[in-house]
Design a binder for this molecule. Structure first.
Ligand SMILES: [Zn+2]
Ligand SMILES: [Zn+2]
Length: 77
C-alpha cells in the first residue's frame, strides 16, 4: 500500500484554493487563510490544517511514518 500526503492552500472557510496568483485577482477568490495537509491512499482520511506549510509538511512526514510502522510491525492493536 502506498500512501502520500499532499498540502493544499485553503480559504478561510476551509475549501481548497486552486486559484493561481493571477486567478486570485480575477476571480472571486476569498484569499488564502492557511494550508491543509491530507493523506491519500488506502482509504486513509487523515487531514490537518495549519497556517504554515512547512509545519504541515513535517506533520505529513510523521503521519506517513505511522503508516510504515503499522505495516512493518502490526502489534499491540
Ligand atoms: Zn482561492
Ligand atoms: Zn494516512
Amino acid at each position: 500500500m502506498r500512501y502520500i500526503t499532499t498540502i493544499a492552500p485553503v480559504h478561510e472557510d476551509g475549501t481548497e484554493c486552486t486559484h493561481s496568483g493571477r486567478d486570485q485577482r480575477d476571480s472571486d477568490c476569498s484569499g488564502r487563510d492557511g494550508y491543509r495537509a491530507s493523506c491519500a491512499g488506502g482509504g486513509c482520511t487523515w487531514t490537518k490544517s495549519g497556517t504554515r506549510a512547512n509545519a504541515l509538511a513535517e506533520d505529513g512526514r510523521s503521519h506517513l511514518t505511522s503508516h510504515l510502522t503499522a505495516s512493518f510491525a502490526r502489534r499491540g492493536v
